[in-house]
Design a protein around this ligand. Structure first.
Ligand code: IMP
Ligand code: MG
Length: 200
């Protein structure tokens, strides 16, 4: 991301180096928790695909497989409709399998609630959820991620896989979209910027 990005429609909330560091930590935690067990990562399309690609390379287990679920909950708006629709089903059965759902962001919790219900019915051995971002303040469901990368304020964010109207997924940082203001999302004047922790 170039320094001139301040003149663009977004500003950086979480720098790429901070994302990379946190993803490594999450991978180490998942590696420790699933020692000796086959693990199935279920990526939620489309937002989680970049996170999943990085997370899987931070997991040091022998047997890790991947499947994807397509879910749409927003259309092109920046506020959840509360309606969740499956647009692509799993390719493989999860019966008796240790499943880790990989999500880009946990917002109201409606998608999480719906997905865990649907997947639980397919009788996995265990079911946990990893999310890169967690907007804890916006919950309409009392759900909690097992692994959460960053707790962020109520801002509409894009980049690192997350979109607004299918755009901005390619940005390497997690960014706050300035034009989201026009769409009714609130933008705080001072946004916390997550930077990589100093190596100590
Ligand atoms: P929830 O059902 O309200 O928890 O919303 C979860 C889904 O909404 C996420 O998987 C995203 O696809 C989308 N979403 C929620 N907040 C944002 C955001 O700030 N930027 C981009 N997508 C978001
Ligand atoms: Mg999503």
């Amino acid at each position: 991301m170039s320094p001139e990005s301040t003149t663009k429609q977004w500003h950086v909330m979480i720098e790429p180096e901070a994302i990379a560091g946190r993803v490594r930590e999450m991978g180490a935690q998942i590696t420790a928790d699933y020692q000796g067990r086959p693990l199935r990562l279920v990526g939620v399309l489309k937002g989680a695909w970049i996170f999943l690609a990085d997370l899987i390379r931070a997991i040091d287990l022998e047997d890790v497989s991947v499947d994807f679920l397509g879910v749409s909950s927003y259309g092109n708006e920046s506020r959840s409709s509360g309606e969740v629709k499956i647009t692509k089903d799993l390719d493989m059965s999860i019966e008796g399998v240790d499943v880790l759902i990989v999500e880009d962001i946990l917002d109201t919790g409606e998608t999480f609630h719906y997905l865990t219900g649907v997947l639980q019915a397919a009788r996995p051995r265990s079911l946990k959820v990893a999310t890169l971002l967690d907007k804890t303040s916006r919950r309409t469901r009392p759900v909690k991620a097992d692994y959460a990368g960053f707790v962020i304020p109520d801002e509409f964010v894009v980049g690192y896989g997350l979109d607004f109207g299918q755009k901005y997924r390619q940005l390497p940082a997690v960014c706050v979209l300035r034009s989201a203001e026009k769409q009714g999302a609130t933008i705080a004047p001072q946004v916390q910027i997550f930077r990589r922790k100093e190596d100590s």
